[in-house]
Write a protein that binds this ligand. Structure first.
Ligand code: 5RP
Length: 249
């Protein structure tokens, strides 16, 4: 009896995983098909959903003979571009990006994003800020009303290593909640970003804050490099659904 239950549980969880992956893929394919055009400068986001976007881009570059210059938002994105033989660009030579397609950890009803689950928020925000359009691709679990409704790991904040403790204390004193140093595994050393910094994850408790203001206030603390709050930056979001359709926002 218990063997059958275990087998059913495994089957269920693998089918949930499948539908999540399928949801990421359909959102990514839709965004690439809608926004990538010949000759464009394209910002390549980071994370597992973006892998599908680059896959689709490579297919289109090959079959439609497109010329696209790809500007990465992370070491991971750069590796994806190189692996698919796409044209690698950089902000020095392509400071204006036509469209960036990136993932998100959560998108609220005002299109405010939490980003940085993969620790790439600084370069992601720089590239997004240089982009005419930022398009988010995500599975249905990221589609939210208020930040914190669905994403429970908090708001990532990239900080200069020597300042991480005072920054933790200052954010907790100002806004409450708990600010944790991100570690790859418990009791191990801190996660180090592509820029040699640490990541703090702020487990906030008040979901009704003015996120624009909060992000600016936190950024003024010496040692804070960037926050994972992306306010008024996202042009459009595509959420892949478990049934394989895409919801646009
Ligand atoms: C990395 C990010 C990612 O875009 C975000 O974490 C979403 O990732 P995934 O597509 O794997 O869910 O901000 O810093």
């Amino acid at each position: 009896h218990s063997v059958i239950v275990r087998k059913l549980c495994r089957l269920y969880s693998s089918s949930v995983k499948m539908s999540l992956e399928q949801a990421k893929q359909v959102a990514a394919y839709r965004a690439v098909d809608e926004f990538v055009t010949n000759g464009c400068i394209f910002g390549v986001g980071s994370g597992s959903t973006v892998v599908y976007a680059v896959q689709r881009l490579a297919e289109r570059v090959e079959t439609e003979n497109l010329k696209v210059t790809c500007v990465p938002t992370s070491f991971q994105a750069k590796q994806l571009i190189v692996k698919h033989n796409l044209t690698l660009g950089e902000l020095d030579t392509s400071p204006v990006i036509d469209v960036t397609i990136d993932g998100a950890d959560e998108v609220d009803s005002h299109m405010t994003l939490i980003k940085g689950g993969g620790g790439c928020l600084l370069q992601e925000k720089i590239v997004a800020s240089c982009s005419k359009k930022l398009i988010v691709i995500a599975d249905y679990t990221k589609d939210s009303v208020k930040l914190g409704d669905r994403y429970k790991k908090g708001i990532p904040i990239e900080v200069v290593p020597l300042a991480y403790v005072p920054i933790q204390k200052k954010i907790e004193a100002m806004y409450g909640g708990e600010v944790k140093l991100r570690k790859a595994v418990a009791k191990a050393g801190p996660v180090v970003t592509d820029n040699g910094n640490f990541i703090l994850d702020w487990l906030f408790t008040n979901q009704d804050l003015d996120w624009d203001k909060v992000s600016n206030v936190i950024k003024m603390i010496p040692g804070v490099v960037e926050t994972g709050l992306f306010v008024k930056m996202c042009h459009k979001a595509y959420f892949g659904q478990p049934e394989g359709n895409v919801v646009e926002r």
